[in-house]
Design a protein around this ligand. Structure first.
Ligand code: ATR
Length: 271
């Protein structure tokens, strides 16, 4: 049986095994998918041990190991190179470890599933950490006309802009955001995890069709509530992105495209 795993620390909370088992069932695959809590100083060894097994095909990687997974991979897709982080590893039949970042692909797929027209749209991305880096390339590839990054620590936003060198990508401080009317606003900060709102007093939500929080939970996040109050037509959390990034990984491993929406519904009901 093909073997898969998710590596993290902690990892007990991960719903990846549930998601991938649902994908496998819907695609007629029989898979083994486990959670592996690698020691903080033992990720490379844990990965090597896992792939010793000839049935091991691939794994997902979550916090705090995405940068280490990037360093371990011998081949990288464009998104992983841009993000300098890997969330999916695939052991090629020839033995090389291929690294992918499917987070941004997942975000774009979820936005499209909710009717977003990304081509020609103005997008505001709040936050400049690893989560933000992972989604920039797929958003630009989807044809957005402007991608503005803003962050509490503005230098980090500017560093990203400098490293990508794309004319559609600019950084703005919170003070300058009152002149920008985004069509889509994405919160990539970890603030929602602590029930906090990033400082976005000047962000204009009036023309916003979709406000997207990458975090998800049982109740709408504080950012989603704020966005609706300020005039955003729709506010979404990151559950769909989680499922879509997993689907992209599943396709890399099996070449099969699983149905995602029933999985989102099932996970939502179980929250
Ligand atoms: P991740 O990999 O999840 O993106 P990270 O690299 O630690 O994690 O980045 C977290 C992001 O959330 C950063 O943009 C951080 O802002 P700073 O660069 O100024 O630290 C942002 N963030 C976290 N808590 C925040 C808060 N309370 N208000 C505003 N931004 C916050």
């Amino acid at each position: 049986m093909k073997k898969f795993a998710v590596f993290g620390n902690p990892v007990a909370h991960s719903v990846s095994p549930t998601i991938h088992q649902m994908f496998a069932r819907s695609c007629g695959e029989d898979i083994d998918y486990i959670k592996i809590e690698a020691p903080l100083d033992g990720f490379a060894k844990a990965i090597a041990d896992f792939f010793e097994d000839k049935d091991a095909v691939g794994c997902n990687v979550t916090v705090p190991f995405k940068q280490q997974a990037y360093a371990l991979a011998t081949q990288l897709n464009q998104e992983a190179r841009a993000a300098q982080a890997v969330n999916t590893l695939y052991k090629h039949p020839e033995g090389k470890l291929h690294g992918y970042n499917t987070d941004g692909i997942g975000l774009v797929a979820d936005l499209l599933a909710h009717g977003a027209q990304l081509k020609g749209q103005k997008v505001l991305l709040i936050g400049a950490g690893g989560a933000a880096r992972g989604v920039i390339h797929p958003l630009l590839a989807a044809g957005v006309s402007t991608l503005v990054i803003t962050n509490r620590t503005q230098e980090r936003a500017q560093e990203i802009v400098d490293s990508f060198q794309q004319e559609q990508l600019v950084s703005l401080t919170n003070q300058k955001l009152d002149k920008f009317t985004p069509d889509i606003i994405i919160n990539s900060t970890s603030a929602s995890l602590n029930q906090q709102l990033p400082s976005i007093q000047n962000v204009k939500f009036e023309q916003c069709q979709i406000a997207y929080d990458m975090v998800y939970g049982k109740a709408p996040t504080i950012f989603m509530e704020h966005a609706k109050q300020q005039g955003s037509s729709l506010a979404l959390d990151g559950l769909g992105m989680l499922v879509e990034q997993a689907a992209a990984a599943f396709t890399i491993w099996t070449e099969k495209k699983p149905e995602t929406r029933p999985v989102v519904t099932a996970l939502r009901e179980a929250l």
